[in-house]
Design a protein around this ligand. Structure first.
Ligand SMILES: Nc1ncnc2c1ncn2[C@@H]1O[C@H](COP(=O)(O)OP(=O)(O)O)[C@@H](O)[C@H]1O
Ligand SMILES: [Mg+2]
Length: 495
């Protein structure tokens, strides 16, 4: 799979245009404000999720140094390296099509800023995205519970987490990945919260914000549109006041080997679907692939297909309950957002999907598929059917973690890094690379959904479509398209 072996990170020598100085005299939290910080009680730190698992080993208390997640070594492409060099202490929005390495670049920017002494916090708009980048949700970082606007936060002052206030003050940079899933109202609330807590009139309370994401992928999930004034993050007042600068990544690392597929995906991303693109995707119609994974817009369809296919496999079902430990609320969040199953059901002969890289990433990788060949108490044997790299691997249990803003582990889930591999939802597939896939896009309901689905494939030869791709399935939100058109002259497109 991986064509390149990890090499020395190129961020050590970026072509910096405006060098950042180490923060030697950065203000520390004012002593009188410390009284606002009440460390959680032991019960909160050592909570147990009922009937799920054992108490988690004591987590690091605030006084101790937080554990910093490892940053994988990667050689940045020219565009990534240029943007890394351009990061000054301003607010940025780093965007680009799928697979252009936004999340990878986020990791490298964080490492660089931390090396310069900045206190950086990693967050994302959803739990799944937070697990992907080794961070926490922006909601839990801000300590605003489920409030989605300034009005809601003002109304629910008592729900605001006072512990969060200390960490908000004692942070320099806040990274927010997958920002397209946050509303403009939410960004304005984030600005309000930071200004209030930090007693500052500056945008975002004087904290540097680095947004990552793509507004042409899946939008925020809004239950009642009448209650939301500003739907997209870039419509927030704070986005304008803070003068968020846009940078665009352009080199696709996922579909890099299939230029034509990549070109049609780029057109789909901006809602362009002409006869040439329709014609191009005709080659995928009902393409026969060996055991493809099927992507559906809805959960109902996914569960039905997975269970029906498992039932057809001869033999008895083996159940693997996950071991979930930690603070009860954090366990709940982890279970709700983790891609791993709490009750994994498998049979020898079932088709499975690997959902996590092996340690080091050399043995097996997230997104590879195969057949379960043997079950042992502490390991599962899988025959991986990756094109050109078929092999037998042994998978041991892996750990998923839910961390707080200081990177302390609040909950952990231990499970085999496998799922039934017959079908998954498009929402769950965001961020994944899939080897051989089939899409049923007939019930697509969100802008960008068809684009997110087909762009999981690395090349068109490994993509099969249930029905012809139609112009009605490929649509973007007009406001988002306008945002990109408007910001094009300002956005520094490099490469
Ligand atoms: N500079 C790079 N060199 C090699 N692979 C890269 C590089 N940047 C990103 N990738 C790979 O490309 C894929 C997509 O990267 P990711 O950061 O998830 O993209 P995005 O967040 O833009 O969708 C991942 O498999 C990642 O490891
Ligand atoms: Mg990403």
């Amino acid at each position: 799979m991986g064509k390149q072996e990890p090499k020395k990170a190129s961020f050590y020598n970026p072509p910096a245009t405006v060098p950042l100085e180490p923060l030697s005299d950065h203000p520390q939290p004012i002593a009188s404000l410390d009284s606002l910080f009440e460390p959680p009680s032991d019960d909160e730190w050592l909570g147990v999720m009922p009937n799920v698992g054992e108490p988690f080993a004591p987590v690091t208390k605030p006084a101790e140094l937080p554990e910093v997640p490892e940053v994988p070594l990667v050689v940045l492409d020219a565009v990534q390296a240029k943007i890394l060099g351009e990061i000054t202490p301003s607010h940025f929005f780093i965007t680009g099509p799928v697979g252009t390495g936004k999340s990878v670049l986020a990791g490298q920017i964080i490492a660089k800023l931390r090396a310069l002494g900045r206190r950086v916090n990693i967050t994302a708009s959803t739990g799944i995205a937070a697990i992907h980048v080794g961070g926490t949700t922006i909601h839990s970082f801000l300590g605003t519970n489920i409030c989605g606007s300034i009005a809601e936060a003002e109304r629910n002052q008592r729900d605001l987490n006072r512990n969060a206030e200390f960490r908000l003050r004692s942070t320099d940079v806040i990274v927010v990945d997958e920002v397209s899933m946050l509303t403009g109202d939410y960004i304005d609330m984030m600005d309000w919260r930071l200004r209030t807590v930090c007693h500052s009139k500056l945008p975002f309370g004087g904290k540097q914000i680095l947004f990552f994401g793509d507004f042409l992928q899946l939008p925020p999930v809004i239950k009642d549109p009448r209650k939301v004034e500003r739907h997209f993050a870039f419509q927030a007042k704070a986005w304008e006041t803070a003068n968020v600068q846009t940078r665009v990544l352009t080199i696709n690392h996922r579909q890099g080997d299939d230029a034509e597929f990549s070109r049609h995906l780029d057109l789909m991303r901006v809602g362009k679907f002409d006869t040439a693109t329709a014609q191009y995707f005709r080659q995928c119609l009902d393409r026969r692939l060996r055991q493809p994974i099927i992507l559906y817009p809805t959960n109902v369809a996914v569960d039905a297909v997975n269970q029906a296919k498992l039932a057809k496999v001869p033999g008895s079902v083996e159940q693997f309950p996950a071991n979930v430990r930690g603070d009860s609320r954090a366990c709940e969040m982890l279970v709700r957002n983790c891609i791993a199953d709490v009750f994994l059901k498998l049979k020898v002969g079932a088709q499975v999907l690997v959902i996590k890289n092996s340690v080091g990433g050399n043995e097996y990788r997230n997104g590879e598929r195969g057949t379960l060949t043997k079950i042992e108490p502490d390991c599962l044997h899988v025959h991986l059917e990756t094109e050109g790299h078929e092999r037998d691997v042994t998978l041991e249990r892996a750990t998923w973690e839910w961390r707080d803003a200081e990177q302390r582990i609040l909950a952990s889930l231990v499970q085999f890094p496998l799922k039934l591999g017959y079908a998954i939802t498009i929402h769950k597939s965001q961020g994944m690379t899939l080897e051989r896939m089939r899409c049923d896009l007939r019930r697509c309901f969100a802008p960008g959904q068809a684009y997110v689905a087909v762009s999981r494939a690395k090349n068109a030869k490994h993509l099969s479509l249930e029905s012809p791709l139609q112009a009605t399935q490929v649509f973007v939100d007009k406001t988002c398209a306008e945002f990109y058109a408007r910001s094009r002259p300002k956005a520094r497109r490099i490469g």
